[in-house]
Ligand binder design. Structure first.
Ligand code: DX5
Ligand code: ZN
Length: 220
């Protein structure tokens, strides 16, 4: 069975010590760094943007997993690609139609970056199916996007096997929101192979212990 990609969300990190916070989760076994970009329109919160990603890129060689929760994603793909993101994930709900979504996918791919699509809790898994051959990752939101520290929405997890069934072999299926030692097991046993965790990792004193718990597939 393949490894599970753990992507701690820096939304719950101490922004005054971001370099240290990133190095600490790297040492603790994190695979990627998850960067939540929010514009105050697509979601009711504003977080960080291109200049911060650029600064992070200068200080770490970690894989930067950038989750865009923004309207008009097409306008910002080039900037995020240039800023050093390795993977750019956007929301299908931010697109008018299939043509729009395919254009965004194309923009990301032609920038040389890995491409992800994401769906909010109210969006059905079927909405992703037509894009599965074109993307590297599908991100299933397991909370309403906008804030860290919310409770996992169990009904969203059932989208995992629906997408697994339709997916090409190498597709990464990521979940984000309310992930802890218990919900991680639910998601990985249903076929998710990448877990985003903000408060569960950064809310602890022992990042290694938390990351180990997330990586461990067995119930304990
Ligand atoms: C929510 C973000 C998440 C968030 C997860 O909109 O996309 O990445 O940081 O936080 P936790 O793990 O605390 O639910
Ligand atoms: Zn996220």
């Amino acid at each position: 069975m393949s490894e599970i990609i753990i992507s701690p969300s820096i939304l719950s990190a101490d922004f005054m010590n971001l370099e240290q916070e990133i190095n600490d989760v790297k040492e603790a076994g994190a695979d990627w760094i998850h960067i939540d970009v929010m514009d105050g329109h697509f979601v009711p919160n504003i977080t960080i943007g291109v200049p911060v990603v650029k600064s992070i890129r200068k200080k770490t060689d970690m894989f930067l997993d950038t989750h865009l929760m923004i309207e008009n994603p097409e306008k910002y793909i080039e900037s995020f690609a240039k800023s050093g993101s390795d993977l750019i994930t956007f929301h299908l709900e931010a697109c008018r139609d299939e043509k729009h979504a395919k254009e965004v996918i194309q923009l990301i791919k032609s920038s040389g970056k890995k491409c992800g699509i994401s769906i909010k809790p109210a969006t059905e898994a079927i909405r992703t199916f037509r894009y599965l051959d074109d993307v590297d990752l599908v991100l299933i939101m397991t909370v309403e996007p906008g804030f860290g520290g919310q409770e996992f929405m169990h009904e969203c997890a059932m989208k995992i096997p629906q997408i697994v069934e339709k997916a090409k072999k190498e597709l990464i299926i990521q979940v984000d929101g309310g992930i802890n030692n218990i919900t991680a097991k639910i998601c990985t046993s249903l076929g998710a192979n990448s877990l985003v965790a903000g408060s569960y990792v950064y809310g602890s004193d022992d990042y290694r212990k938390r990351i180990d718990e997330l990586k461990n597939r067995t119930w304990k």
